[in-house]
Design a protein around this ligand. Structure first.
Ligand code: ADP
Length: 496
C-alpha cells in the first residue's frame, strides 16, 4: 500500500481512536459467536444425522443377518431345495427393499471372502479383499462416512450362535458390506447452511449498525469535552464546563475546571499586579509633575523655593528608584528555583554585616539594635536572597518602630534548621492585616508607610526568598507593643 493510501486510511480509521476500538469490539462480540454457532450447529447436525442413519440401517441389517443365519443362507448356498429357494428369495427381497430405501448397495460375503449376494448384481461370485471386511470377520464393526462422494459404508457381521451340551458358541460366518447414500443429509445441510448464512448476514448487518451507533454514542461525551475545551481555548467562553455522563468524564472535566480556576486566578493576580505597579510608579511621577508645574507657573521664584522643590523632586525620584529596585528583586524571585546560587555561608557573619549596614538608619530614630547569637551557624543558602530577607525584616523592625525603641535579632539553630528571630518594640500589626502583609504592595497604613519610604514589596520579596529555600516565615504581633518575625531555613539545601 502506498504512503498516500495509508494516510487516507489513517484519516478514516484513526489507529488510536476510542470510537474505532469500541466499534470493532462490538462487531467482534456480536459476530464471532454467531459464526461459531453456525459452524457448530451445521457440523453437529451432520455428525448426528450420519450416526442416526447408520444405527437405523445397522439395526435393520442385524435383523436380516439373523434371517440369514436362521435360514442357513450361507451354509447351504447354493442349494436347489425349494425351501432354501423360497427363503433366499424372501431375503433377497428384504435386501432389495433396504437398498432401495436407502439408495444403497448390500453385499453378503461368506467366510471365503466370496460375494454371495450383491443387490447391484455386479460382484456376485467375486472374491473381495477389503480391510473393513477382514476387520469385521475379526469382530470389529466399521462405519465409514465419505462426505466427498456422499455415502456411508458399514460392515455387519453375520453371527451364528450354537448351544452344544449347554455351551454356547458364536461364529462369524459372513459379513454384510453395505454402502448407503448420504445425499439427503448433505442436501439438508446445504439448506440449513443457506438459511443460517442468511440469518448470519442479517445479524452481522444489525451488529454493524449497532456498533456504529453505540460507538458514536459512547464516545460522544469525550467529543463534548473537546468541544467545550476548544470553546474556552478560542476565548468564546471562560465558564466551567460540565459533562456528567461518566465518572471518567467528570474526573477529566473537574481537573480541567481546576486548571481553568488556577489560570483565572493567575490572570486576575497578574492584572491586579500590573494595576498596582502602574499606580505605584505613577504616584512619584505625579508629585514630580506637580512640583515642576508649580515652579513653572510662578514668576520670580526665590532660589530657596527652587532648592526646596528640587529636593522634593529628588526624593520622589529616589522613591521611584526604590520601587523599581524592589520590583526587579521580586521578578528575580519569581524565576525558577534552579536559579538559586547556593553557597556555604557563615550566617553569624552575614547577620553582623547586615546589621552594621542598617545601624545608621536605626541611629536616626534612636532605635537600639541588639544581636544575640546562640551558636555559630553555617548554612547552604543563596547569600544574596538571604541578605534580602534579613535586610527587609530588620529594616521593617526599625522603620515601624517608636523613637527610642529597640530591635532584637536572635540567631539559633538545631541539627536541621537555623532560625532568625527579628523582634521589635514597634507599632505592631493589626489582627486583620496579618494575612495580607506578604501580598505585593500591601501596607497597613499607606500614607505612613509612604512617608517612611515603604513600597509594600519588602515582605513579598522576603517570603519568596524563604520559600525558594524550602523554609518558612511566621509572625506574631500585638498592636502597640511590637512584632516578632521568625524565619526558619534548612541548614542543608534540599534539591527539589
Ligand atoms: P513596606 O515596604 O511598606 O515596608 P513590606 O512588605 O515590608 O512593605 O511590609 C508590608 C506592611 O507590613 C508594611 O506596610 C507595614 O504596615 C507592615 N509591617 C511590616 N513589618 C512590620 C513590623 N515589623 N512592625 C509593624 N508593621 C510591619
Amino acid at each position: 500500500m502506498t504512503e498516500k493510501w495509508k494516510e487516507k486510511l489513517r484519516q478514516i480509521v484513526p489507529p488510536k481512536s476510542l470510537r474505532v476500538r469500541i466499534f470493532f469490539i462490538i462487531l467482534l462480540v456480536g459476530t464471532v459467536p454467531s459464526i461459531m454457532m453456525r459452524y457448530g450447529i451445521v457440523s453437529n447436525y451432520e455428525a448426528r444425522a450420519v450416526d442416526q442413519r447408520s444405527t437405523t440401517v445397522q439395526n435393520q441389517l442385524m435383523i436380516i443377518a439373523n434371517h440369514l443365519v436362521s435360514n442357513n443362507y450361507l451354509t447351504n448356498y447354493p442349494s436347489e431345495e425349494q425351501a432354501y429357494k423360497t427363503s433366499h428369495e424372501v431375503i433377497d427381497a428384504e435386501l432389495e427393499m433396504l437398498s432401495n430405501l436407502y439408495e444403497g448397495r448390500v453385499m453378503i460375503i461368506n467366510s471365503n471372502l466370496k460375494v454371495v449376494t450383491d443387490t447391484y448384481d455386479i460382484s456376485e461370485g467375486k472374491t473381495i479383499i477389503s480391510e473393513e471386511v477382514i476387520k469385521c470377520f475379526r469382530g470389529t464393526n466399521t462405519t465409514h462416512y465419505d462426505p466427498e462422494h456422499g455415502y456411508i459404508e458399514m460392515t455387519t457381521p453375520i453371527t451364528r450362535t450354537e448351544t452344544v451340551d449347554g455351551v454356547t458358541t458364536s461364529e462369524i460366518c459372513g459379513v454384510m458390506l453395505t454402502s448407503i447414500s448420504s445425499e439427503s443429509i448433505q442436501s439438508t445441510m446445504t439448506i440449513m447452511s443457506k438459511n443460517a448464512l442468511i440469518l448470519e448476514t442479517i445479524m452481522i448487518l444489525i451488529v454493524l449498525a449497532l456498533a456504529f451507533v453505540l460507538s458514536a454514542m459512547l464516545t460522544r461525551p469525550f467529543e463534548r469535552i473537546t468541544e467545550a475545551i476548544n470553546e474556552v481555548r478560542a476565548g468564546y467562553s471562560d465558564e466551567c464546563i460540565s459533562v456528567p455522563d461518566y465518572a471518567e468524564t467528570v474526573h477529566i472535566v473537574d481537573a480541567f475546571n481546576q486548571m481553568l480556576g488556577q489560570y483565572k486566578a493567575l490572570d486576575e493576580s497578574r492584572q491586579e499586579f500590573v494595576a498596582n505597579v502602574s499606580h505605584e510608579l505613577k504616584t512619584p511621577m505625579t508629585s514630580i509633575k506637580v512640583l515642576a508645574d508649580s515652579l513653572l507657573t510662578q514668576d520670580n521664584v526665590p532660589a530657596e523655593l527652587y532648592r526646596e522643590f528640587m529636593e522634593d523632586m529628588v526624593s520622589e525620584i529616589d522613591r521611584e528608584n526604590q520601587i523599581i529596585t524592589d520590583l526587579l528583586a521580586l521578578v528575580k524571585m519569581d524565576k525558577k528555583v534552579q536559579d538559586l546560587n547556593i553557597v556555604t555561608v557563615n550566617i553569624n557573619d552575614l547577620t553582623e554585616l547586615i546589621l552594621k549596614r542598617l545601624r545608621p538608619i536605626a541611629r536616626k530614630k534612636d532605635v537600639e539594635v541588639v544581636f544575640e547569637s546562640v551558636r555559630p551557624v553555617v548554612a547552604e543558602v543563596d547569600e544574596v536572597k538571604i541578605t534580602l530577607v534579613m535586610t527587609n525584616l530588620v529594616e521593617n523592625a526599625i522603620k515601624y518602630n517608636k523613637d527610642h525603641g529597640w530591635v532584637k535579632v536572635v540567631l539559633d539553630a538545631d541539627h536541621q534548621f537555623f532560625t532568625l528571630e527579628v523582634s521589635d518594640s514597634g507599632l505592631g500589626i493589626p489582627e486583620e492585616a496579618m494575612t495580607h502583609i506578604y501580598e505585593r504592595f500591601y501596607r497597613v497604613d499607606k500614607s505612613h508607610s509612604r512617608e517612611i519610604g515603604g513600597t509594600g514589596l519588602g515582605l513579598a520579596i522576603a517570603k519568596s526568598a524563604v520559600l525558594m529555600h524550602r523554609g518558612s516565615i511566621t509572625v506574631t504581633s500585638t498592636e502597640g507593643e511590637g512584632s516578632c518575625f521568625t524565619v526558619k531555613i534548612p541548614l542543608n539545601y534540599i534539591k527539589q
